[in-house]
Design a protein around this ligand. Structure first.
Ligand code: HEM
Ligand SMILES: *[C@@H]1O[C@H](CO)[C@@H](O)[C@H](O)[C@H]1NC(C)=O
Ligand SMILES: *[C@@H]1O[C@H](CO)[C@@H](O)[C@H](O)[C@H]1NC(C)=O
Ligand SMILES: *[C@@H]1O[C@H](CO)[C@@H](O)[C@H](O)[C@H]1NC(C)=O
Ligand SMILES: *[C@@H]1O[C@H](CO)[C@@H](O)[C@H](O)[C@H]1NC(C)=O
Ligand SMILES: *[C@@H]1O[C@H](CO)[C@@H](O)[C@H](O)[C@H]1NC(C)=O
Ligand SMILES: *[C@@H]1O[C@H](CO)[C@@H](O)[C@H](O)[C@H]1NC(C)=O
Ligand SMILES: *[C@@H]1O[C@H](CO)[C@@H](O)[C@H](O)[C@H]1NC(C)=O
Length: 530
């Protein structure tokens, strides 16, 4: 993470530069993770407000999913960890009941957001929505394609085997106690899943039945002897694993956790570590925190009826003061670094959208934000657009602020040879938005058209592992050549492909032209879909 901010007249003031936190644009992965987890609410809707489901809470199911996914880790050989292998292990005895939460994770994954990254994010939102601590989020987990070894401990294991299970996962005895107490701050035991543990008429029992929200009642009720935790006071001593775990150091660790602040700190530290347990060789991203300036994808399209290009992008301001007079301007230069347009090379934002209070951005980070939207028209295709930056003028007598990427050089357009043409593409949905398909239109410079196949890699995000397919976009003469571009199109044969990558030629990294195009960027049309 580097830092850069330049007010126009203070271009090299180190004091000012240190104020801003920015990421190096473009970074489509960081940008999308931030969008899906922090700005949008769709992924976290099921867990919202620590809601009850199946007698427990969705949050508890998501926290348990995370633990059971990392529990395959083997510190001795570096295998296993948070890799979504739990989705292939739902039939295992220790995972009984987790299948009920599996569908929550479908529909959000892509080349940029692995299922394992979703499981980790899920545990973080789960804690937040139950008033628990917020754990820092890193991404970059890699999905397994089959089962892992090891697995979460079963309640009838003796202490030696429980300790060995946690040692294999990378946790010592005190950490085993802390992690189990923190995990069991959520949810409880379901008779259907563990009939040996729940031998009376109850269908379900919370570990902490004072509140479904995060607190250390799991520990204090245990120490006071008032607990209903079925893994402490179950009729069958063999399955009372929590008492074996908590008592393994004569209650020394749990006594420390009777202090609420110590409990919260321990849970924060251990959950943070747990979520980042990954197989050897996997490198996680930096912690994703709100950037001072977030710049969205720059999408160049061929204008509808003129021989010009247009470009759309966004800029998000962090904690902006309430100022209706503020003007936010995008400034750009052509590929020669000049402005050759008679009308000038800048445009004010076409509109703005606040990031609302129900987002993680506000609830988890306590930040407010406004996203400004830009749409530049009439770009001459022969000189195109080389780079852009922003000027923010509060119009209150202070100097305008110039925002020019973390290196101060502006936001460089990588290429305009192969484009996801959002103005010609169409998204078709059924009336309730549950099914969708799309016509993806790709604009290719005339001199490149037909010389290599245009391959579109789609993802079906409703299955584990995520299913990728490559289809060739075909010449589509319904769209007549415009501005030096020829058009190719593709309607993916399967429904529900939300994101795709476009390659010029074979599907190898150096041929990637459009990363994570989203069908939702296209013009949307409601149509009946069978
Ligand atoms: C000594 C090790 C552990 C054992 C033997 C154990 C065993 C169990 C059992 C039998 C259940 C009941 C599940 C059901 O009925 O569906 C349960 C629930 C749960 N466990 Fe553990 N657990 C252990 C450690 C952990 C850890 C380390 C975490 C997380 C950090 C965790 C998180 C949870 C959660 C959140 C639930 C509630 C699930 C729900 O209500 O749906 N457990 N555990
Ligand atoms: C939840 O409790 C009800 C009533 O006790 C029971 O009928 C139902 O099967 C339980 N659900 C699960 C998933 O155990
Ligand atoms: C724990 O259980 C295992 C079998 O699962 C057994 O081999 C071992 O001897 C037991 N250890 C103790 C200390 O009881
Ligand atoms: C805790 O659970 C027990 C057993 O199900 C029940 O009798 C008791 O009323 C519960 N207490 C609270 C405060 O929910
Ligand atoms: C505990 O339950 C297990 C599994 O149902 C059973 O094999 C064992 O005999 C029970 N032990 C006691 C002490 O009831
Ligand atoms: C630990 O606490 C539990 C629950 O209060 C109690 O039953 C047990 O005897 C304690 N262990 C020791 C060594 O004091
Ligand atoms: C492009 O032009 C066609 C035909 O004039 C029109 O139906 C369509 O809405 C236009 N699309 C955009 C994005 O302006
Ligand atoms: C969505 O499309 C799939 C695949 O064609 C179909 O099986 C399913 O019934 C459709 N669902 C709805 C709600 O239209």
């Amino acid at each position: 993470m580097r830092y850069f901010l330049t007010p126009l007249a203070l271009a090299s003031s180190a004091a000012v530069m240190a104020q801003a936190k920015m990421f190096h644009w473009p970074n489509r992965q960081m940008e999308m993770l931030d969008t899906v987890f922090f700005e949008q609410t769709a992924f976290q809707t099921p867990v919202s407000k620590c809601v009850v489901r199946d007698n427990s809470t969705v949050a508890a199911q998501w926290v348990r999913m995370a633990f059971h996914d990392i529990a395959t880790h083997n510190i001795d050989d570096g295998t296993g960890g948070m890799d979504s292998s739990v989705f292939f292990e739902l039939d295992r005895g220790e995972n009984a009941g987790l299948a009920r939460a599996f569908p929550d994770f479908l529909g959000f994954g892509s080349r940029l957001i692995s299922l394992a990254d979703l499981i980790a994010a899920g545990a973080i939102v789960a804690s937040l929505e139950c008033n628990g601590p917020v754990f820092p989020y890193r991404a970059g987990r890699v999905d397994a394609t089959g089962q892992g070894g090891g697995g979460a401990p079963k309640p009838f294991l003796n202490l030696t085997d429980l300790q060995e299970s946690f040692r294999r996962q990378g946790f010592n005895n005190a950490e085993m106690i802390g992690l189990t107490a923190c995990g069991h701050a959520f949810g409880g035991v379901t008779k259907k899943d563990f009939p040996d543990v729940m031998q009376d008429e109850r269908q379900f029992q919370f570990f902490n039945n004072r509140t479904t929200l995060f607190d250390n009642g799991i520990v204090t009720q245990y120490l006071e002897g008032t607990t209903f935790n079925p893994l402490v006071v179950g009729v069958n001593a063999t399955t009372n694993s929590d008492i074996r775990v908590f008592n393994s150091d004569q209650n020394a660790t749990v006594k420390g956790l009777a202090d609420p602040a110590a409990f919260t700190k321990t849970c924060t530290d251990l959950f943070t570590r747990m979520l980042n347990v990954v197989p050897a060789g996997v490198t996680l991203t930096d912690v994703i925190e709100p950037w001072d300036y977030k710049v969205g994808e720059a999408r160049i399209s061929v204008a509808n009826n003129t021989d010009k290009l247009s470009m759309s992008t966004t800029l998000r301001l962090l904690n902006p003061k309430d100022n209706p007079r503020r003007q936010v301007k995008l400034v750009w230069v052509d590929t020669h670094g000049r402005c050759s347009q008679w009308s000038g090379c800048s445009a004010l934002a076409s509109g703005s959208t606040p990031i609302t209070g129900s987002t993680f951005f506000q609830k988890g980070f306590g930040k407010t934000a406004i996203q400004y939207n830009f749409n530049i028209k009439d770009i001459d295709p022969s000189t195109s657009i080389g780079k852009f930056w922003f000027e923010i003028d509060e119009r209150d007598g202070s100097r305008p602020t110039e925002v020019k990427n973390d290196d101060g050089k502006g936001y460089n357009i990588a290429q305009d040879d192969v484009l996801f043409d959002v103005t010609r593409s169409t998204l078709f949905t059924n009336a309730d938005g549950t099914n969708f398909t799309s016509q993806i239109v790709i604009a290719v410079k005339d001199n490149l058209a037909g010389k290599a196949p245009i391959n579109v890699e789609t993802v079906d995000a409703y299955t584990a592992p995520l299913k990728y397919d490559v289809h060739e976009a075909k010449l589509d003469t319904r769209f007549k050549k415009t501005a030096g571009y020829t058009f190719f199109s593709l309607t993916p044969p399967t429904f529900r492909n939300a994101a795709f990558d476009v390659y010029y030629g074979q599907v190898v990294p150096q041929n990637l032209k459009v990363q994570h195009g989203q069908v939702a960027e296209a013009l949307s049309k409601v149509q009946s879909l069978s």
